[in-house]
Design a protein around this ligand. Structure first.
Ligand code: PCA
Length: 326
């Protein structure tokens, strides 16, 4: 009798233990650099909630937006080192590390949503391979809306940009400034409003989305809708953290990521239209660039593509060939 009671207790204990393991929750931190109300950030929160739901709470991802956990340029390294299990970066920030990361930050190489999607298709296998070598995986990627120029004064040609204090967020946006004779100052989105209000910068090239996020209409007057390129954000995962998940959880993450990529891309297109209207409603002049300004910027783009190809070597050529295939 006593023996039987013991074995029942033991069985209960084993059961409790297994159930405990099965219900154990894994917690991930996901670092992001843009404000909580930005469409990328909202998409991340939805992604996290989809994963939590699909896994019955087994994987809980906490999104830390607005560079609250790591600053934009630090996020990639943090994910690589496992200080954050996941994080959202903008590829164009890492062009100096590897030129292929910067391809979608080049002016007029891919300047519409369709072209951006095509460029992504060509970049993706190369980027996935590089990230794997760096101990990371690519969960999904979403393009920002097309990039235009914000200024205080009207722009008839690129010559009007001489000497302006130009806020850059990437090596390519700095290079544009150099080529037009502006003074580049690198400032990430989280500090953009402050840099403008303190007069550290008085122009930038970014999307309508960031224009609204950072209330650029409070300091700047014009938005030149140049639609020059659509840089991509990407959500990266630490490979070890991903590999530690059980198979069904991994599958749930990948499924939610695919949904987030499609949802985020649709949101980007919607936000592109909405934010230009919001800029106007807040008194900003949204202007179609003059033929001269367009021609000047096209020349900047041509120079930058040539420079990029020189630095990127055979890999760069392979990417452009894959992208240019009909
Ligand atoms: N907004 C981000 C990157 C591209 C964009 O549209 C920024 O300005 O930092």
């Amino acid at each position: 009798m006593q023996r039987r009671a013991f074995s029942l207790t033991a069985a209960a204990a084993v059961f409790a233990l297994t159930a405990g393991v099965a219900c154990a929750q894994t917690k991930w931190d996901l670092a992001s650099a843009y404000p909580a109300t930005n469409f990328h950030s909202e998409n991340l929160v939805q992604f996290a909630s989809d994963v939590e739901k699909a896994t019955g709470g087994k994987l809980k991802i906490t999104v830390h937006s607005n560079a609250s956990l790591f600053k934009a340029p630090e996020i990639k390294r943090a994910v690589q080192g496992g200080q954050a299990q996941a994080g959202e970066i903008i590829f164009a920030n890492f062009q100096n590390e590897w030129q292929i990361y910067g391809a979608d930050g080049l002016p007029f190489l891919a300047d519409s949503y369709d072209e951006a999607a095509k460029l992504y298709k060509a970049q993706k296998p190369m980027i996935e391979k590089k990230l794997a070598e760096q101990g990371m995986g690519l969960l999904y990627s979403v393009a920002w809306p097309p990039q235009g120029i914000y200024t205080k004064k009207p722009l008839n040609s690129a010559a009007d940009l001489k000497g302006v204090k130009w806020r850059a967020y990437s090596p390519a946006t700095s290079r544009i400034a150099e080529l037009v004779g502006a003074q580049p100052v690198t400032v990430q989105a989280a500090e953009l409003s402050q840099a403008l209000s303190t007069g550290i910068v008085d122009s930038t090239m970014t999307s309508g989305a960031t224009g609204v996020d950072s209330k650029l209409y409070e300091s700047l007057k014009y938005y030149y809708d140049t639609q020059a390129w659509l840089p991509k954000n990407a959500v990266l995962v630490n490979k070890q953290a991903f590999d530690a998940l059980d198979k069904p959880t991994q599958e749930a993450v990948l499924k939610a990521a695919a949904a987030a990529e499609a949802r985020g891309t649709a949101a980007s297109k919607r936000v592109n239209l909405e934010t230009l209207e919001k800029l106007k409603a807040n008194g900003m002049q949204v202007v179609t660039p003059s033929a001269q300004l367009k021609a000047d910027l096209k020349k900047v783009g041509d120079t930058m593509l040539k420079e990029w190809l020189e630095k990127a070597g055979p890999e760069g050529k392979a990417l452009i060939d894959a992208f240019s295939k009909p």
